[in-house]
Ligand binder design. Structure first.
Ligand code: MG
Length: 159
């Protein structure tokens, strides 16, 4: 078997006085995501998809929120470590696809920068990293702007 697939999901609460960081990009907004690390919900979903493809568990296992070491951590640095683990196991990412669900702010102007940050962290071409954004049509917690969620799938190839 020379391909594996994994999926990842994450959600964080929106809160005043926090930066909004998505895909490594600091996005101007009056609310940011609450979490132990930088709460980059997109990067967290991508990491879980990559780990899931190899049945390696989830990011909570590698970067526990109870460990002070990860307080305020730059999630792109965590993504780099997950990629190193994938490579150690003899695999590489073929492509990633993802979607961010956020009512506000408009994310379209930031998508290309996110793709560039994620792909360069993973040593991939930007065309191997898909990032889409949608609203939740005002429904449920995400629709009420109480949080932002993200979904990702990752396809891995034997290296
Ligand atoms: Mg998270």
């Amino acid at each position: 078997m020379n391909t594996r697939i994994g999926n990842g999901y994450d959600i964080h609460q929106l809160s005043a006085g926090r930066p909004l960081i998505l895909g490594g990009v600091n996005i101007p907004h009056e609310l940011g995501l609450l979490g132990h690390s930088d709460a980059d919900v997109l990067t967290h979903a991508i990491m879980d998809a990559m780990l899931g493809a190899l049945s390696l568990g989830d990011i909570g296992h590698y970067f526990p929120p109870t460990d002070e070491k990860w307080a305020g951590a730059d999630s792109l640095m965590l993504l780099k470590q997950v990629n190193e683990l994938v490579q150690e196991k003899g695999w590489k990412v073929s492509n990633i696809d993802s979607v961010i669900v956020a009512e506000r702010p408009k994310l379209k102007p930031h998508i290309e920068t996110m793709r560039s940050k994620i792909s360069s962290t993973l040593n991939l071409n930007p065309d191997q990293v898909g990032i889409k954004a949608t609203t939740n049509e005002k429904l449920d917690a995400v629709g009420r702007e109480e949080g932002i969620s993200a979904y990702a799938v990752a396809l891995l190839m034997a290296d």
